[in-house]
Structures are given as C-alpha cells and as structure tokens.
Design a protein around this ligand. Structure first.
Ligand SMILES: [Zn+2]
Length: 115
C-alpha cells in the first residue's frame, strides 16, 4: 500500500484528500482518495474492516467518535466488538471495562450487530 501524501513533494494547495467509511452488505468498508489538480496525481485505496491508522485519523478528525459500552445490559455484544476490531483477549477485557471509541459508522454497525 502506497502511503498517501508522499506521492509528490508533499501536499500542496491543489491536493484533495477524502476518506470515509460505510457499511456494505453488513460489513465495514473504508475508502480513501487523493487527487492533485496541479500534478494530476491520483491515488486511491480501500479495504474491508477497520481502516489503517492514517485513514482512521482523518475520519475521526471529521466525524469524531462516540464512546460505547461493551458487554452487559445495553452494551455492545463482545463477539461483535472482538470480530470487528480483531481484538486480543486483553484488549477485549480492556474494552469491556472502559468501553470503546467508535466512529459513527462503526457505532451504527456494532449496534446493529448487537441487537
Ligand atoms: Zn498536490
């Protein structure tokens, strides 16, 4: 995967970058797109599951996160959280104690999976 922003001499005023998440057929999907009108360089990427850190940063910067309780009555199902984020057992225990920070799209999906 090419790290975006390094395809030419750094982001310039013509560079446009978009990152987003959505749910497709019940699965989490992320996409990113970079286009520079000055150099004509275009790059895009995407994948299933949680986005890589630099994409997630952009999404969080734009949409923020919500803290959701994990486990127990009214909380997200442990299985749904573990599968979506690929958590290890210690991470899952941590999530159960403190909740998780989810993007709005992740939150919607996790709530659906926890009903
Ligand atoms: Zn540029």
């Amino acid at each position: 995967m090419v790290e975006l922003g390094t395809t030419h001499c750094g982001p310039c005023p013509s560079c446009r970058y978009e990152a987003g998440q959505r749910v497709v057929n019940g699965r989490l999907r992320w996409d990113e797109n970079e286009y520079c009108a000055a150099t004509g360089i275009e790059a895009c990427g995407g994948g299933w599951g949680p986005p890589p850190p630099w994409v997630r940063e952009r999404i969080v910067a734009e949409e923020g996160t919500v803290r959701l309780p994990v486990g127990g009555p009214g909380g997200l199902r442990l299985k749904a959280v573990r599968e979506l984020y690929g958590l290890t057992l210690p991470e899952l225990i941590e999530a159960r104690e403190h909740g998780i920070e989810a993007t709005p799209v992740e939150a919607r999906l996790l709530r659906n999976l926890s009903q």
